[in-house]
Every structure is written in structure tokens, then in C-alpha cells.
Design a protein around this ligand. Structure first.
Ligand SMILES: CSC[C@H]1O[C@H](OP(=O)(O)O)[C@H](O)[C@@H]1O
Length: 343
């Protein structure tokens, strides 16, 4: 496996390393990953996270295991275990499907490695294409708003929605970003804020419940969010709280875009009701866990509802920013998502 370097995933001398995103922004610790069970835990604990990133990390781990001499049967079983680690991000499923297909080849070891390397390289390119199409929408001086983390940490490249913001900044458009902290796991406050610091992107961190006031005051010009799965009709799943933003944006007539590679579209889901939504542990809502341990602010046995994602209906989306271009509601309603071609 060749050396490849992303912000949260890297391979060096045939070994796979994952940046532990649960320790950011205060610690940068690379974890050496060699076992399937280890990768499952890392995905489930969001040490590696983001729809494209978990698909690539799982694929690279399978390629590594193939190189370690695991049999086809072992690799097929490992793929199913990895597939079950998180149910919503379709990139994980698509990538594992591609990896499983390579196992049919006589020299499945080199085929698996080549496939994983290709998935990594493809995502890097798709991110650049999404950024180009999305940044072209951004006008000078605009105040953008993002949710969760959709940057280099969540992909192998520059990111999806945050990749758009990053390029708009590089193009000298003088933007600023409102960064939703994104409860309960604070991917915005911990990860997007950290990425903006690294990239020199002007930002202000807000609690999720402050976005409405900023929109009402006319201080949000455009919203870009990512996605974990897009249904054929354009409905999409993304980090919980995205639907809130979409409804608010519709009410305040603010352009609202979802940014995702074509690999996030799932034609087998006809609409958003068919997208599986991951339910997560109650402790994540009752308090916070860090290097200091677990702090509870709610009663320790408080009953909790903790969906990791929500679904935004297509009717609330201004445009779908894909690697192949920007689709509007007319194109999506005409079935464009199911006829995607890679540009
Ligand atoms: C590149 S978009 C990543 C997508 O994944 C995030 O979810 P999680 O942090 O649970 O992996 C969030 O939904 C982002 O939009």
C-alpha cells in the first residue's frame, strides 16, 4: 500500500494510521490501526468520522488485512462487520461493496490494495471538484454558516461543505463563517473551529440555538452543509440539527446547499424515509466525555433521545453541490441524482 496522507487518515510504509478526532482540538494523536475490531470501535466512537472518511478508513483496513494474509472468507466477514459499524453513511457501504468485489479476482490482495488506494485518490479529487462548484456560488463578503464538520477531517481531501468555504476564502472572497458547535458531540466547536484556525478562515463559533437569531438579523447569507446519504428524490440525511437549519433558511429565504460527492447518493432509497438513522448512546446527551473523564449535567439516568442524523426534505434545498456540478430542484425532481455521471 503506497503512502497516502489526509488530514485524519494516512498510510506510511504499508501501515494505517488514524487521527483520533475525539481528542481534537487539544491533542493530535495518531492511532496505528491493524485489526478489524479496532477499526469498528474507532468508527463507533467517532475517532474516525465523516461519511467519506469512514468509508476510506474501512477500505484501507481491509486492504491491510488482505496484505496480512487474511483469506477471502475472513475478508468477507470483516467487510460485513465493518459495514454494521454505523448504518447511515452510504459511503461506507459503497466502498465496502467495491472492496468485496475485488475479492472475486484471483490476485485479490493486489486488487484490494489498488481499490482502496483508488477510493482514497478519488475522494481527494471529488472534494476539489465540489469545492470549485460550490465556491462559484459564493459572493464576495458573504457570511456563511456550516453545521457539524465537513472538512479535511471528514474526507480524504479538502472536505465537502467546508472545502467550499476553504476555496472561497482562497479565492479572496472575504467570507466569514458562523460555525454551529453541533451538539451533542460538538463536531463544529471541536473540529470545524480547529480546521478554520489551521486554515486562517475567519469564523465565529455559535451554539446551535443561535442560528435562528442570526438569520432573523440578516447576518447569514448562505448555508452549506454536508451529507451522509442522499435519497433519489433529493431528501438527505445529515448531522442532527441540519433539518432545523433548512426550515429556518426556508423561512428567512436564505440559500441552503447540501455538498456531497456522487458516492453519497443512494438510488436504492427512493426518499428520505428509507434512510436508516443511527441512534447513539444516551451518555452523549446527558453530559460530555473528554480526557478529563465523563461529566454529567443531566440526571445520570435521564431518559434520552439521541439520533445522530436527521432528514431534510428536498423541497427545502436550494441546490445540491456535487462533484459533477450544482443541481437545482427542477433537475433533482426530474431524476438527475439517479443519472449521475462523474465529471
Ligand atoms: C463530509 S460530510 C460528513 C458528515 O458526517 C458527519 O457525521 P459524523 O460526524 O457523525 O460522522 C456529518 O453528518 C457530516 O455532514
Amino acid at each position: 500500500m503506497k503512502n497516502m496522507t489526509g488530514l485524519s487518515i494516512k498510510t506510511e510504509q504499508g501501515q494505517l494510521y488514524i487521527l483520533d478526532q475525539t481528542l481534537l482540538p487539544h491533542q493530535q494523536r495518531w492511532l496505528h490501526c491493524q485489526q478489524v475490531e479496532q477499526m469498528v470501535v474507532m468508527i463507533q466512537q467517532l475517532q474516525v468520522r465523516g461519511a467519506p472518511a469512514i468509508g476510506i478508513a474501512a477500505s484501507l483496513l481491509l486492504a491491510y488485512r488482505a496484505g496480512q494474509g487474511d483469506s477471502r472468507a475472513q475478508l468477507l466477514c470483516s467487510a460485513e462487520v465493518l459495514r454494521a459499524s454505523r448504518p447511515t453513511a452510504v459511503n461506507l457501504m459503497n466502498n465496502l461493496d467495491a472492496m468485496v468485489a475485488t475479492l472475486q479476482q484471483s490476485d485479490y490482495v493486489s486488487a484490494a490494495v489498488a481499490c482502496a488506494e483508488q477510493l482514497f485518490a478519488e475522494d481527494v479529487q471529488l472534494c476539489l471538484q465540489m469545492a470549485e462548484h460550490g465556491a462559484a456560488l459564493v459572493q464576495p463578503g458573504e457570511r456563511l454558516l456550516t453545521h457539524c464538520n465537513t472538512g479535511g477531517l471528514a474526507t480524504a481531501g479538502v472536505g465537502t461543505a467546508l472545502g467550499v468555504v476553504r476555496l472561497a476564502q482562497q479565492q479572496g472572497k472575504g467570507i466569514k463563517v458562523w460555525v454551529d458547535e453541533t451538539r451533542p458531540l460538538l463536531q463544529g466547536g471541536r473540529l470545524t473551529a480547529w480546521e478554520c484556525e489551521q486554515l486562517g478562515i475567519p469564523y465565529q463559533l455559535i451554539c446551535d440555538n443561535m442560528a435562528a437569531m442570526l438569520m432573523a438579523r440578516g447576518e447569514v447569507d448562505r448555508i452549506f452543509v454536508g451529507s451522509d446519504r442522499i435519497a433519489a428524490n433529493g431528501d438527505f440525511a445529515n448531522k442532527v440539527g441540519t433539518y432545523n437549519l433548512a426550515v429556518l433558511a426556508h423561512y428567512h429565504q436564505i440559500p441552503f446547499y447540501v455538498v456531497a460527492p456522487h458516492t453519497t447518493v443512494d438510488p436504492s432509497c427512493s426518499d428520505g424515509s428509507q434512510i436508516p438513522i443511527e441512534q447513539r448512546p444516551a451518555a452523549e446527551v446527558r453530559g460530555v466525555r473528554g480526557s478529563f473523564g465523563q461529566v454529567y449535567w443531566a440526571p445520570e439516568q435521564a431518559p434520552v433521545f439521541n439520533p445522530a442524523f436527521d432528514v431534510t426534505p428536498a423541497k427545502l434545498v436550494t441546490g445540491w453541490v456535487l462533484d459533477s456540478g450544482v443541481l437545482d430542484q427542477v433537475a433533482v425532481a426530474a431524476g438527475a441524482l439517479t443519472r449521475l455521471t462523474v465529471s
